[in-house]
Ligand binder design. Structure first.
Ligand code: ZN
Length: 386
């Protein structure tokens, strides 16, 4: 028994190494293509030296490599056989596991260098609740960007702004410090660098957690924009040769915010509170007038803080427009959900509707308090009729 366990953990380790080499090889191939097409002259050096794992992590499968045993203890396989150690955890999550709401998944054995401690990070699996349109009583659209990390707007005219100014300033400080340490290149600088990058990552994660917590409310359908082109959209305006030296330096010190992480947090927090987060097609959400549908770049005069519709004159805080348009699209998919009994969460090419059809339907959406209250009235009327 013991031997087979040891073998399986060895296989796991092979797999980890194999995966590392696979991704290195992919990078090499991409680099070769880039050189042939003249996009770069730099040779990829990732395979010159054997890969080194900075953090010692190791994946363990539940019931095979680790399991929970009596007296608040966990049994973990090691190369010298099984060991039993006591554990602690976030009480709310432990309760969920005990009550059977959450299932236990694979775990990672992780070593924290500063505290010289091994941690067992256990993943929880929570099933997405089977929601029906009537379970939803609030609809929110979330837009992410530079000036505000996130703006959330619901269809009842409420909005939340999460300013990016301060947190970005702090995050940029980390980037600057990292660059200076990288330039030094000494051993102690490398050590500091590892600690710093951990702090930077935790700071971003912490901020994302706070935002997600405030965005997610119970029984809500939350629309998130598809992040495929987010890097382009949130890229600083002046880059390359056109930018001044000062501008370029400012750009390079700008922290990259992890919007995907924010979406991930919103997603799982939504599931935990009986809500649902969905990916929406965010095409033109920042240019379309929520009031008359007129879509143009001109609707953002001088790329300023205000959105001013060039056709109907509708004026709104520019960062709110995107969130409202997403909320409108979520409203539409909720109506579809009600009429078809099927929710199409991710708009993709394989759906029944083509992209063009869907976008032409989006362009018909209008933000009028009348329309939304009529919709709500129609729903409550329907409720009464049933
Ligand atoms: Zn308009």
């Amino acid at each position: 028994m013991q031997r087979s366990d040891a073998r399986s953990s060895l296989t796991l380790r092979y797999r980890q190494v194999g995966a590392t080499y696979k991704s290195l090889r992919t990078k090499l191939k991409q680099n070769e293509e880039a050189i042939t097409s003249g996009r770069t002259k730099r040779r990829y050096k990732g395979l010159d030296k054997p890969p080194k794992y900075v953090s010692r992590t190791y994946t363990l499968n539940y019931q095979r490599d680790y399991s929970f045993v009596k007296d608040q203890k966990v049994s973990v396989i090691t190369l010298d056989g099984r060991i039993k150690v006591s554990y602690q955890g976030y009480s709310k999550h432990l309760e969920m596991i005990q009550s059977g709401v959450a299932k236990i998944g694979a775990a990672k054995l992780w070593y924290s260098k500063p505290t010289k401690t091994y941690y067992l990070l256990v993943s929880m699996e929570v099933e997405v609740p089977d929601l029906t349109p009537t379970d939803i009583n609030r609809i929110v659209g979330v837009d992410v960007g530079q000036r505000y990390i996130a703006v959330a707007a619901d269809t009842q005219n409420k909005s939340q702004f999460f300013s990016g100014k301060e947190v970005r300033h702090k995050a940029s400080g980390y980037v600057k410090a990292r660059k200076s340490l990288q330039r030094q290149g000494t051993r102690s600088a490398t050590r500091k660098l590892v600690a710093l990058s951990g702090r930077e990552r935790r700071f971003i994660a912490d901020t994302n957690h706070c935002i997600a917590k405030q965005v997610v409310t119970p029984s809500t359908l939350i629309g998130l924009e598809n992040l495929t082109h987010i890097r382009e959209r949130t890229r600083p305006k002046k880059t390359g040769k056109k930018a001044s030296k000062k501008q370029r330096r400012a750009n390079s010190n700008k922290a990259r915010w992890s919007f995907a992480e924010l979406h991930g947090f919103i997603d799982y927090k939504a599931v935990l509170s009986g809500s649902l987060a969905v990916n929406m097609d965010a095409h033109y959400t920042s240019q379309a007038c929520p009031c008359c549908g007129h879509t143009s770049q001109e609707n953002r005069p001088n790329k300023g803080l205000s959105f001013v519709c060039q056709q109907c004159g509708y004026t709104l805080h520019a960062d709110l427009v995107g969130a409202r348009n997403i909320a409108l699209r979520v409203l539409l998919s909720r109506q579809d959900w009600e009429s078809t009994g099927r929710f199409s969460a991710v708009p993709d090419a394989s759906s029944d509707e083509t992209k063009g059809e869907r976008r032409s339907r989006y362009s018909q959406l209008r933000w009028t308090i009348d329309a939304i209250s009529t919709l709500n009235a129609a729903e409550s009327f329907q409720d009464k009729a049933e």
